[in-house]
Design a binder for this molecule. Sequence first.
Ligand SMILES: Nc1ncnc2c1ncn2[C@@H]1O[C@H](COP(=O)(O)OP(=O)(O)O)[C@@H](O)[C@H]1O
Ligand SMILES: Cc1ncc(COP(=O)(O)O)c(N)n1
Ligand SMILES: [Mg+2]
Length: 552
Amino acid sequence: MAHLCFQVLSTSFFTPKPQIPVLLSPGAACIKSIHQYRYLYLKAMQDDKFSTPPCDESKVRVPHVLTVAGSDSGGGAGIQADIKACAARGVYCSTVITAVTAQNTVGVQGVNIVPEDFVAEQLRSVLSDMPPNVVKTGMLPSTGIVKTLCQSLKEFPVQALVVDPVMVSTSGHTLAGPSILDSFREELLPMADIVTPNLKEASALLGGVPLETIADMRSAAKAIHDIGPRNVLVNGGDLPASLDAVDVFYDGNDFYEFHSSRIMTPNTHGTGCTLASTVAAELAKGSQMLSAVKVAKRYVEAVLSYSKNIAIGGGCQGPMDHLLKLKSNVERRPFDPCDLFLYAVTDSRMNKKWGRSIVDAVKAAIEGGASIIQLREKEVETGDFLEAAKACLKICRVHGVPLLINDRIDVALASDADGVHIGQSDMPAHVARALLGPDKIIGVSCKTPEHAQQAWIDGADYIGSGGVYPTNTKENNKTIGLDGLKTVCVSSKLPVVAIGGIGMSNAQAVMRLGVPNLKGVAVVSALFDRECVMTETRKLLEVLKESTKIAK
Ligand SMILES: Nc1ncnc2c1ncn2[C@@H]1O[C@H](COP(=O)(O)OP(=O)(O)O)[C@@H](O)[C@H]1O
Ligand SMILES: Cc1ncc(COP(=O)(O)O)c(N)n1
Ligand SMILES: [Mg+2]
């Protein structure tokens, strides 16, 4: 049974310090865990671990989102989704409640709209005392409430306004009637930094035009942008017959398509709220808009993926579990760019030449200090490749070294490898991301800044850039040199590993390029076309360590 996670509110023996969600299990255990928490908390106080900094200039500013939305009694959408999403992203969330809804996994049974003068009072209480970085709006059920909000925002301006134009929930229930459309179009949207309609809401904002394809979504995004918001993100969760879950972003100049795997689950209640509040949270942390949207997209995909089988409620639309990071026992740690430091890429011809198995080659490279392994086998049969991948994965898992598969998504999926590295002529990264899901590592070979930008938009984790020097391990590979490598690194939003003809003689020159996101070198012959892989790896590792030391 999935634990329900409650925020422990401040009571006599809790003072409002970092409120840590306490997983409560029913009955006596619950009391026990609260007392345990109380004991630990007071002990930490005595140990001065959580002591409040003195009330002076050493105040700690916390990114802060104010959500102006409806309460969802089922806990999966609205205010509740916003609070949990912000908490998961490390952002403080204050709340102004516009409506109290009676809803659950079956649908919406009732809506009680909060009088607009009380919405105004809640707004004043928050905005006058704890000005947020960002305001995010959800359900705004009356034109009076929209007007009140717009007035308050003029009186208390904020860094960004995120509008989720909630009209119809994922479960198809009306949460704000057509009368609200004019005040959205005339008052709220022109103030918005981003508006995030789902397909039904985008259609309603445009007078009911049918939206059934990605092309329709692009034209809708442009038409909604003309109403006034600086950015538009049309959500494609309900895109008919779409393998991916595609969202279309438009900033007034360019379109971006954000793809993710479509998670096959009934637990999609609150996805739109969660996406919008995560965008708000990332903006509050200082991200640029495009980055905020990308993070939010990946977060929603991760939460859906984690929550896909949880069973809360008997209806056809269950909630998600936003706080997965607090509980997920996924042994795979998230991708760490430092893993790119000494990147060993295998080559079956070299293993054959030196009479060693791929498993021995991988073992030796890891023992020599390789920080990540890529199995690049161009001649091996699929069955043999899969068996080799499984055998190598066992070794890599023991040493905590990520194992990536070159190009072959099928082998990566079948072996549960940590990810893939794909070239420009291989499967597009966004398709790989849709197939592999949010937790796998995806690297993309990039020769140009345009390649690097597309890899970032497609959801890659890193890029491999080269060939830096001429190499014989890849036919007709255009060499980009150190200058070309620097150009790509400077433009890339992702961490970079240099590749192509790199070895003992030139690794230092590469690492001394002086670009912070160049995290390491990928090598093939320098390790595997040698008699002793472990020795060669160790020597190269020393050269790399030396160069980063000098570079500091
Ligand atoms: N089954 C799914 N798998 C992956 N992503 C999904 C799924 N359903 C919705 N999403 C994503 O959730 C976000 C909200 O989209 P949508 O569900 O259409 O909005 P709303 O919840 O307002 O109806 C979007 O990023 C969308 O792509
Ligand atoms: C109070 C409230 N606000 C918003 C939604 C939209 O939910 P979804 O994000 O699934 O469209 C909801 N169901 N209830
Ligand atoms: Mg949804």
